[in-house]
Design a protein around this ligand. Sequence first.
Ligand code: BJW
Length: 245
Amino acid sequence: MNDPHDERIILASRAIAKSQNPCCFSGAGLSAPSGVGTFRDPGDGWWSRHDPMKLASPDGFAEDPELVMKWYAARRIQMAHAQPNAGHLALACRPDIIQITQNTDDLLKRAGCDRLIQLHGDITSDRCHGNCGHVEHVDMSNPSLNRYCPACSVWGMRPTVTWFGESLPTAAWALAEEATLNCDLMLVVGTSAVVYPAAALIELASRAGATIVIINSESTAATPLADHELIGSAEEILPMLLGSG
Ligand code: BJW
């Protein structure tokens, strides 16, 4: 879908123009055109090649911390070389749109989005797994591997992200629920919408009467909730929808 005169684009653009309080809920597909891997795309998604419980869970970290930190190092280096794409930039041109993202990369931030809620944390820092509260910024082009916490000497430092079985950051979740309940339109961009509780925000917005506009390269678990579904790449569709393309 790359024609701004496509009727589906026109109708969705009108809904966005009418909205008083839009928000955006995004996932890995937003950053995919920047060269950042998704999780569930068949073939090249991380989870089609690796067991998520071994790489993104506290048990996986306890079992093989070296494997986990090597995987994060590879992703961090990939992200260090990535630049915000036209989708991130189109969203940044609309400061009225609150950004709720599952992405842990900093591409929305680097594009200029200030109203950003990161539900699954921030991969650009490490924190103490022993919960002493110590947090350190990571050099994304040269990330360190396993080490003890320099503040409390407990094993070990780990990415400040949310793994399976861990609760989402409390403040981020509260802000996301508030933004969802207050919005009258939610853009849902580049997410398979299968990871909870994040995906429940789409249901919450829909139940509260918001218009749901999905932009994704394929239909997803959230398709039944869509008032408008635009199948294609976020980097092409977002600039057309938001008037920056
Ligand atoms: C494009 C595109 C383009 C591509 N344009 N589109 C059984 C056991 C354990 C837990 C559970 C369980 N059953 C349920 C749970 C709960 C669990 C869960 O939801 N599991 C389901 C998957 C089954 N959730 C949790 O555990 C959460 N915590 C929680 O529930 O706490 C309460 C609790 C406490 C104690 C015990 C149990 C529960 C935490 C979830 C944490 C998710 N973490 C990850 C990785 C960490 C972050 C990181 O390292 O970066 O977060 S997993 C991964 O999935 C990542 C993502 O943020 C998240 C969502 O993925 P996303 O963004 O949707 O990506 P994809 O790849 O799935 O989809 C991309 C889409 O884009 C595709 O549709 C493409 O087609 C599309 N696309 N290119 C447009 N150019």
